[in-house]
Design a protein around this ligand. Structure first.
Ligand code: ATP
Length: 511
């Protein structure tokens, strides 16, 4: 199946099973804005919970806050967003379609990288167990040619980005002969900067209204509360402030489902440290965040680090954790060493002293900041797309199964009476009454048992408990595992213990 087809399946499965709907669908939708349905909301909440547990509950020195979306407009001046939160845009004159100029170049590079992957897979087939990846990558003439082409492009690309050289960026697009995917033409406008913040107004009358912005990131709500939290919590450096919340960006191109939305959620943590220790914390948090991702078991090969060459105005080091989405490796999380840029800048713009007094060394200083910032919706897409699998079974039939990490599954247990009579529904309901205190449970009595299993597979429910006539006599049920499809008969107490063990947060998060 091509990546495009796979991605289409992800989108239609998300809709069909109540995970994600287009926003305002009955009015033909609102571009790049989405609603989470009944199952999507559960999955999203479970991802938040998994993040909060790892970042806050398990770290004595990290606390959680919830700051407002609307903030004083000067905050965005101080943070640099008014002047520098721009994307370079370019229009194709024939199709009238708008693109991010930097993304056009990145996608061109990704195509060449794809050619390398194709060469590798051809060679793997040819040389089988004798295939030596390192040797092939360094000696195959076609691969070597592609690599040098990529290096040349990246070198020019970094130079034009570093110098904010919009003319140079257009020239690069023309030199690479990049065409518009819609019109197929190279008829491009000049590259312009476009600010991504959404404006809004505060106040009843138009004359007196204050111009505000919807926050484009949650981080600034943490910085402006640094002293409030540090003082009231009597926190000592190093310590962190975490936050989950909505952010808004008027993205130029937003065609990748929930990967690039105009309204989305971020899970950010700002870690306040002593100046000079940022390198050490940068590598520590890179390692910790990758370990968090790997703990979910989606496969190590699906993650890679991408170090930034062009650093944002606030950073002295930065990288992304990229994930292999259905459309290739793309940013899932950013890890940024933000120096003292934000706190110093807020000190300057607010004229309030924002310093930390270190009781050990008896000195005051502006802390440095190490940030981890992950998009909740991108994390959702990563989990959902990797878990959606079409399996061929031993009898030749197919099943669609959502192998979501069990700890994140929207519903943990489906309770299924084998028949809709003989007291089986009543016993099933009794079992729900018992289990619902510990687990998110669902009852399903419609259709034959095989179809009900398939339905729960497609929803990602890890355990199905089937209640039959024997259950009435000896209090046992069969428990079916979503992934292995193995069925075992057990007493209810044993079932509870087994599920508790498999969902034990300590086991999942001990890394
Ligand atoms: P990109 O380069 O893809 O535009 P970014 O570098 O601007 O992303 P950051 O500002 O570092 O992103 O934001 C932190 C995280 O927030 C990203 O790693 C991503 O997971 C998420 N994010 C950013 N923009 C969006 C968006 N428009 N829709 C969904 N998630 C987003």
């Amino acid at each position: 199946m091509s990546n495009d087809d796979k991605f289409k399946k992800v989108i239609s499965h998300a809709k069909e099973y109540g995970f994600i709907f287009q926003s305002s669908e009955i009015y033909d939708g609102l571009s790049a804005v989405y609603d989470y349905g009944q199952n999507g909301t559960e999955l999203k909440n479970n991802i938040k919970d998994y993040w909060i547990k790892a970042m806050v509950q398990l770290n004595e020195n990290i606390v959680n806050i919830d700051s407002a979306i609307l903030m004083h407009p000067t905050i965005w001046k101080a943070s640099g967003h008014v002047d520098a939160f721009n994307d370079p845009l370019i229009d194709n004159k024939d199709s009238k379609k708008r693109y991010r100029a930097d993304v056009l170049v990145e996608e061109h590079v990704a195509k060449i990288e794809n050619n390398i992957l194709k060469e590798i897979s051809k060679a793997k087939k040819k040389f089988k167990e004798n295939f030596d990846s390192d040797q092939f990558l360094s000696t195959n003439p076609r691969v070597v040619g592609y690599k040098s082409e990529i290096n040349k492009i990246i070198e020019t690309f970094n130079k034009v980005l570093e110098n904010d050289d919009l003319v140079g960026l257009k020239k690069l697009i023309e030199d690479l002969e990049i065409v518009c995917p819609i019109s197929g033409s190279k008829n491009w406008t000049d590259v312009k900067q476009f600010n991504l913040m959404f404006g809004t107004k505060l106040g009843a009358s138009t004359e007196n209204a204050t111009d505000l912005f919807l926050r484009p990131e949650t981080a600034q709500g943490i910085f402006v509360n640094f002293l409030n939290v540090q003082k009231t919590g009597r926190l000592k450096i190093p310590f962190g402030i975490a936050q989950i919340g909505k952010a808004f960006r008027n993205e130029i191109v937003a065609r990748q489902f929930i990967f690039r939305m105009r309204e989305f959620e971020q899970m950010e943590m700002q870690y306040f440290i002593k100046p000079g220790t940022q390198k050490e914390w940068y590598s520590k948090w890179k390692e910790t965040r990758l370990a968090w991702h790997l703990s979910l078991g989606l496969g190590k090969e699906n993650y890679r680090f991408h170090d930034h060459q062009k650093l944002a105005h606030y950073a002295d080091a930065a990288c992304d954790i990229e994930f292999d989405f259905p459309f290739g490796f793309k940013e899932l999380e950013g890890i940024h060493s933000r120096t003292d840029f934000d706190l110093s800048s807020h000190e300057k713009y607010s004229s309030k002293k924002i310093k930390y007094f270190d009781p050990l060394s008896n000195e005051s200083y502006t802390p440095y900041v190490l940030e981890t910032s992950i998009g909740l919706d991108r994390m959702f897409l990563a989990v959902f797309s990797k878990s959606l699998i079409e399996e061929e079974l031993a009898d030749g039939s197919k099943r669609v199964v959502l192998k979501i990490p069990k700890i994140l599954a929207p519903k943990k247990i489906a309770i299924l009476p084998l028949l809709k009579k003989d007291g089986l529904p009543e016993l099933s309901k009794k079992i729900i009454e018992e289990f619902k205190w510990d687990f998110n449970t669902v009852y399903d009595e419609k259709d034959a048992i095989g179809r009900r299993y398939r339905r729960q597979d497609a929803l990602g429910t890890p355990f199905c408990l089937t209640v039959d006539h024997q259950s009435l006599n000896d209090g046992t049920v069969t428990i079916r595992d979503r992934d292995s499809m193995i069925q075992e008969r057990m007493k209810l107490d044993e079932v509870k213990l087994k599920i508790k063990n498999e969902l034990d947060i300590k086991t999942w998060l001990s890394f």
